[in-house]
Design a protein around this ligand. Structure first.
Ligand SMILES: Cc1ncc(C[n+]2csc(CCOP(=O)(O)OP(=O)(O)O)c2C)c(N)n1
Length: 629
């Protein structure tokens, strides 16, 4: 990590193979960014990992993980009003949480400049939907730059920062999963550290900053004027690019990764269409589009997810009465998933079958890759919790999931969590499910990071409105699902020890009278506490606690005195009831064709949480094995 940190601060120009998520941090350094904020969410957490690789005292900017995306946006905005170039980054759905703040940003005179980095997720690789955040750009009058690869991530961030500073307005840098995680050799320019100006420059005279009543109108007018300035700049921007193949019959207007896939698909095509690749995707550079339309008889708009660009291009063609035939999604009917080369080949083959032959099935049948459903790690405290809670509940209860590793409780064999929405939604949904419901207990789950992120309003609502539900806080001390980022109850904050804000004390402070807590490995006790809690009329809480074992084991394995322990199954005692496989479900156990159960020694971490699951006590206590991790 130190090596990465050193690289990110190198002063001479250099080239290095890096991810998009790393390239952007170098750009932040070069641009003179002073404040960076975030809340973790894929595909962006590696940006924070790259930030963390620069030691705090050498880091030229302040970084924080805020409690959620809205707060992160507000912190970055506040800093920018003092004159500091700021950046906030988060995942696609993070913008839904940040939206109430975000949509006002373009109304404000953000004197320091502010770049909003979005990690959109076509393909829903790690999100609960595929939302196309270009829609937010339209509704908030915020320009969008969209890079296609790590080199462009670096370049586009520098442009976004510059533009944002000059026009004192927010700029969205829209990344997608592919761009965040792709690796390529990126050429970086040199960097000369500049002395920071820490004068707090906030001045009401730069405002208005209070968007109420009639003030809203001049502020909105400012946003619209800024958008026009960006549109004029976009016409000349080298972020837009024409690939002139001398084909005046057919052209493609595209952007980001779909453009790279298109170039790939067109490699062997003789009559390659011309390509207009937009880097400024909102506002669309109208003149450039008009020129391209006039030059071609047919234009295909190729874009991932929704058809924002297609609507723009068609509207321009219609307004000017152009006869160019424009096609897009409406013809190709392909609104889902990443535009990989295979996908783009399919789409293009529908539009121009004479140019791009439809993909043929591979000549040799390729064996399908076996399904690998997500699962909890060996030793995961959530597994012990779900195993115990499922047995403790009556079976008719309604169980409500929340977002996090514990969402996986919905999978067989636990079936704990029958509905899911978004972070922090479990308590509100559970409250609704408890209304007019005298017969089925409602049990909701929530992770500890989620508790602080968006959990509290629903909890306070349940207390205030006396909803009859039991909440189980799955406290593992970290934001596990997104890669172990700290949160307010972790006792650490971005690598530094800090005070915990204890969840129990918050709940007590809210006046909840029934709160119990237990380590989830104490499965019987946990089951009893859950039964007691659901018997309570009103809002009750069980804190089901166990440290994230993936994090714990990783840390242990780095210690020189680490010894690996593993469990063993006594085949004499084992009655082949298979509870460890079919009910406890630790992936460590594998079922042989002869019905015997074996321990997978590549997986077992010797936590011993499985011992309680075996009715015949055939699983022996974890023993030291002569193998270091
Ligand atoms: C609005 C939003 N922001 C971020 C994420 C990414 N994300 C998925 S799960 C999760 C939190 C997981 O932490 P926690 O609640 O502690 O549960 P754990 O994974 O530790 O069980 C986050 C931040 C998201 N899904 N939605």
């Amino acid at each position: 990590m130190k090596k990465m940190g050193d690289m990110l601060l190198r002063q001479e120009p250099f080239s290095e193979i890096v991810m998009g998520n790393t390239a952007i941090v170098r750009a932040m350094v070069e641009a003179g960014t002073r404040v960076v904020t975030s809340y973790p969410g894929s595909p962006t957490p590696e940006i924070a990992a790259a930030v963390a690789s620069i030691p705090k005292d050498a880091r030229p900017f302040y970084f924080e993980f805020s409690t959620n995306e809205k707060v992160a946006t507000e912190v970055a905005y506040g800093a920018a009003l003092n004159g500091h170039l700021s950046t906030v980054f988060f995942k696609s759905v993070g913008l839904n949480v940040a939206a109430d703040t975000f949509v006002q940003l373009s109304l404000m005179n953000i004197i320091g400049g502010m770049v909003v980095v979005l990690g959109d997720d076509p393909g829903a690789n790690s999100s609960q939907n595929e939302q196309d955040n270009r829609h937010y750009a339209y509704l908030s009058y915020t320009p969008v730059l969209e890079p296609a690869n790590p080199q462009e991530v670096y370049r586009f961030y520098l442009e976004a920062a510059d533009l944002s500073r000059k026009l004192c307005m927010p700029i969205i840098l829209r990344l997608t999963t592919h761009v965040c995680h792709a690796k390529e050799k990126v050429a970086f320019q040199g960097w000369t550290p500049q002395p920071a100006d820490d004068t707090p420059r906030f001045d009401v005279a730069n405002g208005p900053y209070i968007p109420i009543t009639r003030l809203v109108f001049p502020m909105k007018a400012r946003a619209l004027e800024n958008l026009e300035k960006v549109a004029a700049w976009a016409e000349k921007s080298r972020l837009n690019q024409v690939f002139d193949h001398g084909n005046r019959k057919r052209g493609v207007i595209t952007m980001g990764p779909p453009c790279l896939s298109l170039l790939d698909v067109m490699r062997d095509v003789e009559e390659k269409p011309d390509i207009l690749k937009l880097g400024v995707v909102y506002p669309v550079p109208r003149e450039s589009v008009v020129r391209f339309l006039r030059e071609h008889q047919e234009v295909k708009v190729l874009e991932e997810l929704d058809n924002e660009l297609e609507k723009e291009v068609k509207a321009i063609a219609y307004d000017l009465g152009l006869t160019t035939r424009v096609t897009g999604k409406m013809d190709a009917d392909d609104w889902m998933g990443e535009y990989t080369p295979d996908k783009v080949r399919q789409v293009m083959a529908k539009t121009w079958p004479d140019l791009v032959p439809a993909p043929v099935a591979p000549p040799v049948a390729v064996e399908a890759v076996p399904d690998r459903p997500p699962q909890m790690c060996p030793g995961c405290g959530h597994r012990s919790a779900f195993h115990a809670i499922r047995q403790a509940l009556a079976g008719t209860d309604i169980t409500v999931a929340d977002i996090g590793c514990h969402t996986l409780g919905f999978l067989p064999p636990y079936h704990m969590g029958q509905l899911l929405m978004c972070m922090g939604a479990s308590t509100g949904m559970g409250s609704g499910l408890s209304l007019f419901n005298k017969t089925r207990k409602v049990v909701t789950f929530m992770g500890d990071s989620t508790f602080f992120h968006a959990g509290l309003p629903g909890i306070i609502n349940a207390i205030f409105n006396r909803h009859n539900i039991t909440m189980i806080v799955m406290e593992n001390g970290t934001t596990a699902m997104t890669g172990h980022q700290d949160h307010a109850a972790s006792g650490r904050n971005f690598n530094e020890v800090t005070d915990k804000i204890p969840i129990r004390r918050i709940l007590e402070g809210l006046g909840i009278s029934h709160i119990s807590e237990v380590d989830t490995y104490q499965q019987e006790q946990l089951g009893k506490l859950v039964q007691e809690a659901v018997a309570v009329e009103g809002f009750s809480v069980v804190i089901a606690r166990h440290p994230c074992m993936l994090k714990f084991t990783r840390e242990q394995r780095r210690r020189p005195d680490f010894t690996l322990r593993q469990v063993e199954i006594d085949q004499e005692t084992c009655e082949r009831l298979h509870v460890c496989v079919s009910e406890f479900g630790c992936p460590t156990f594998t079922l042989g064709k002869d019905g015997s159960v074996k321990v997978n020694t590549d997986l077992c971490i010797g936590d011993g949480s499985c011992l309680q699951a075996c009715p015949t006590a055939a699983i022996g206590k974890p023993k030291i094995v002569n193998k270091a991790g």
